[in-house]
Write a protein that binds this ligand. Structure first.
Ligand code: DUC
Ligand code: ZN
Ligand code: ZN
Ligand code: ZN
Length: 466
């Protein structure tokens, strides 16, 4: 079956051009100057709208085990919400839990995801312990499983944490097998000291989560990761969920030196602040507990992050979608902020939230598409199958209405969460129609996809490997 998306403006990193997009089956087969396409195919009218590659969210955590509970979105609920919000591929983090072997962690993740996803999905692997066995498993994942990126944690001693020696070994191995190392860059042992001291002073409210994770400890870990990667023969390094000006400075400096260092930020750091959390009554601030934490509006973070996106010192916007309900989940931290599960859920809103940046004059149209779709696809070995509208690519396409508006609320969102960190936000733009591999799965607010239609995608090596 063939479909023509007609009358719209196709947007990619290089800018916007009026064109009609012809899809045959699951694949984009041609672009035509307006009005020059052959007659016959089914028409999707995109007049007055943007036609963009489906979003690629390279950082999600469906069902992540954390602090004695699990992230509240399953692969079913989470990928459905993603799809409705214009994201057609996620890269989720499979987890090797500490004490578990990598293949068991991976099998468990396929067990959660396979047959349940509404859109295509791929995995990174969190290494919960770096040793001879996991390093060997890393080679196997890169060579045979389509998993070409590995996340390590400098935070959370005793849980996911790797020490500097383990990090160096994993980086050296990545340099050999072509993988990318993703880093949660916060100095965990130092944070643990601050947390303990705060609790001893009786400071138990959610706000102390952020206050005990100062940006200096993010910057220090970011810098340390950058230098460890240098020692590992310039292993490519990707800093996840970068939140703060001083950490960005480290990345910018490394990139100015020509180092193969990349970073992502997330919508919450571009828009939300510590003061949003402070303003919430009582324990409600727990809704904004995430790591890295939200930063103060009185400092330069948000403006610096937007600038970093423009200058490409920040290459990607992912959500770090890690939803927990308030009831029974966030509430685990009543009386002790350190027991609040860390995470905010936004997988449904990333495309819209970043379009608001275009409207606000903070991001160009081309850069919008590049940071939410094209670069994540290239960074994580999904390109040109994903992240671009060109002949031969999967027909993952979003028709985006720049004149529409989106209101975010727990009443209307599709994520499995009993609250929204973005409650009441009114933003410009609206996802109109979503195609995943040629199939219309969402149109005009009506969802027609189904669980199980999403396929596991084996990824190649990063385009950014040198
Ligand atoms: N880091 C993440 O990337 N996600 C959730 C929690 C965390 O610390
Ligand atoms: Zn295998
Ligand atoms: Zn992290
Ligand atoms: Zn994460």
């Amino acid at each position: 079956m063939s479909t023509l998306i007609k009358g719209g403006t196709v947007v990619g990193p290089a800018g916007a051009v009026p064109a009609d997009v012809l899809i045959d089956g699951e694949i984009i087969v041609a672009l035509f100057a307006p009005g020059t396409a052959p007659e016959g195919p089914e028409i999707i009218d995109a007049t007055g709208k943007y036609v963009i590659p489906g979003g690629v969210d390279a950082h999600t955590h469906m069902e992540l085990p954390f602090g004695g509970t699990f992230a509240s979105d399953t692969f079913d609920t989470g990928t459905r919400a993603a799809a409705i919000g214009g994201t057609t591929t996620i890269v989720d983090f499979a987890v090797q839990r500490t004490g578990e072997v990598v293949p068991d962690g991976l099998a468990a993740w396929h067990g959660k995801a396979d047959g349940n996803c509404h859109i295509d999905y791929a995995f990174h692997m969190i290494l919960g312990g770096v040793d001879d066995e996991s390093l060997k498993a890393m080679d196997h994942l890169v060579g045979s499983e389509g998993i070409t990126s590995f996340k390590l944690f400098m935070a959370y001693p005793g849980v996911f944490y790797s020490d500097d020696g383990q990090i160096l070994r994993a980086m050296q191995r990545a340099r050999e097998n072509g993988a990318l190392i993703m880093m949660h860059a916060e100095n965990g042992p130092a944070i643990d000291v601050l947390v303990k001291q705060a609790l001893e002073r009786g400071e138990t409210d959610p706000i102390h989560h952020g206050l005990t994770r100062p940006q200096e400890l993010e910057a220090e870990a970011t810098s340390r990761a950058i230098w460890l990667a240098a020692v590992a023969a310039d292993c490519p390094l990707y800093i996840v969920h970068l939140s703060a000006s001083k950490a960005l400075e480290q990345v910018r400096h490394a990139r100015d030196l020509g180092r193969n260092v990349f970073a992502e930020t997330c919508p919450q750091y571009l828009y939300l602040t510590l003061e949003d959390q402070l303003g919430a009554p009582g324990f409600e601030g727990a809704k904004w507990v995430c790591s890295t934490p939200l930063r103060s509006k009185h400092e330069t973070h948000r403006a610096d992050l937007w600038q970093g996106l423009r200058t490409n010192d920040l290459s990607v916007v992912s959500t770090d979608h890690c939803p927990f309900c308030f009831k029974d989940q966030k509430e685990l931290g009543l009386g002790d902020f350190s027991k609040i599960p860390n995470g905010i859920g936004s997988v449904e809103h990333r495309v819209d939230l970043l379009y608001q940046g275009v409207v606000d004059g903070k991001l160009s149209l081309g850069r919008w598409v590049e940071t939410i779709a094209t670069t994540p696809a290239r960074m994580f070995g999904l390109y040109p199958r994903k992240g671009v509208i060109q002949p031969g690519s999967d027909a993952d396409v979003v028709v985006y209405d720049p004149h529409g508006r989106t209101r975010i609320s727990v009443e209307t969102h599709h994520m499995n969460m009993d609250h929204s960190a973005w409650e009441g936000w009114e933003i410009a733009g609206r996802v109109d129609t979503v195609l995943s591999r040629g199939e219309v799965i969402s149109a005009g607010g009506e969802y027609t996809g189904r669980a199980g239609r999403g396929r596991y995608v084996k990824r190649g090596l990063s385009d950014y490997l040198l």
